[in-house]
Write a protein that binds this ligand. Structure first.
Ligand SMILES: Cc1cc2nc3c(=O)[nH]c(=O)nc-3n(C[C@H](O)[C@H](O)[C@H](O)COP(=O)(O)OP(=O)(O)OC[C@H]3O[C@@H](n4cnc5c(N)ncnc54)[C@H](O)[C@@H]3O)c2cc1C
Ligand code: FES
Length: 276
């Protein structure tokens, strides 16, 4: 998988027009942008989404890598993301990217892959799941474990149905069920504990809140999956995204330049340090 780098100056933003907004969950929507030219990226990479006059936020690219439009799935939490939620189709933004290390899909060939996502963390993994599904025969078992607070918070239900049809074992779990929920109740780590897996041939891709990723990584290590087969995507506040300002420093690494996808053996010791 090629790591795609911004073609021009790190400060160059591509003008993009909002063409569609799809509601995904309370406070979460997918925004589709047309750039006027192809926007190559590798699954796991992110853009700095700039709203001129307001600010910029790092957001994973959640579209199919082969799609003509670039999609971002965003939870409205602050200045930029609330302003994004107020945009209507036709509005313009600047996309600066793609940045960061992608999920190591080529290196996983032949292995069983367990993908674990919590909340909006599934956005970072969506392009990878699409790519893995297209190359289904290159891998052993493909399993996707998704956790959400409530059934309404589970993202991409239509995609999950399509991924099941593509041969991916998709399992979901919620902490707070509603009356119609018939699936399991609990944390996504409970689904990891239930998996029948061979640790010698299993790799893990995980994105979600950091405590959840720590718990999932610990559960996988306890099952015998080596640290070198565990990949986590970290979030830190970002400004330049180009390894220049230091805002995203995490131990000896810069999350924008050396991540966001890290192999666990590189960052594991720092995950336990609070406020790093
Ligand atoms: C590599 C990378 C990829 C990311 N991908 C996505 C993505 O695909 N979708 C997405 O929605 N976000 C994603 N984020 C998180 C996003 O960058 C932040 O939520 C961002 O700070 C929002 O900007 P803002 O200006 O709207 O909020 P700010 O004004 O910066 O923050 C407002 C408040 O929200 C809190 N806050 C920040 N982030 C979160 C959060 N994730 N959940 C709850 N509260 C939060 C802050 O602590 C602060 O109090 C990603 C971050 C990184 C580093
Ligand atoms: S955001 Fe500036 S160094 Fe990472």
């Amino acid at each position: 998988m090629t790591v795609c780098a911004p073609p021009r100056s790190p400060w160059h933003g591509e003008t993009a027009r909002l063409v569609a907004v799809e509601d995904e969950a309370p406070g979460v929507a997918t925004y589709r942008f047309a750039c006027g030219a192809p926007f190559p990226f590798a699954p796991g990479q992110f853009n700095m989404v700039h709203l001129p006059g307001i600010g910029a936020a790092a957001i994973s690219i959640s579209s199919d890598p082969d799609a003509a439009t670039v999609a971002h799935t965003v939870r409205a939490v602050g200045n930029v993301t609330h302003a994004l939620a107020r945009l209507r189709p036709g509005a313009g933004v600047l996309l600066r990217g793609p940045w960061g290390t992608p999920w190591p899909l080529d290196a996983l060939g032949g292995s069983d892959v367990v993908i674990v996502a919590g909340g909006v963390g599934l956005a970072s993994l969506r392009a990878a799941i699409v790519a893995l599904g297209r190359r289904r025969d290159d891998f052993g078992t493909l399993r996707l474990l998704v956790g959400g607070r409530t059934p309404a918070d589970l993202l991409y239900p239509r995609d999950c149905a399509a991924w099941r049809e593509a041969g991916i074992d998709v399992r979901t779990i919620v902490d707070r069920p509603d009356d119609g929920w018939q699936g399991p109740v609990g944390l996504v780590t409970d689904l990891v504990a239930d998996l029948d897996l061979d640790p010698r041939r299993t790799s893990l891709l995980c994105c979600g809140p950091e405590p959840m990723m720590q718990a999932v990584a610990a559960a996988c290590l306890a099952r015998g999956i080596p640290s070198t087969a565990i990949f986590l995507s970290l979030e830190r506040n970002m400004a330049c995204a180009a390894g220049l300002c230091g805002l995203c420093q995490f131990g000896p690494a810069f999350v924008c330049r050396d991540g966001p996808v890290f192999r666990h053996d590189r960052i594991g010791p720092f995950l336990a340090v609070s406020h790093l």
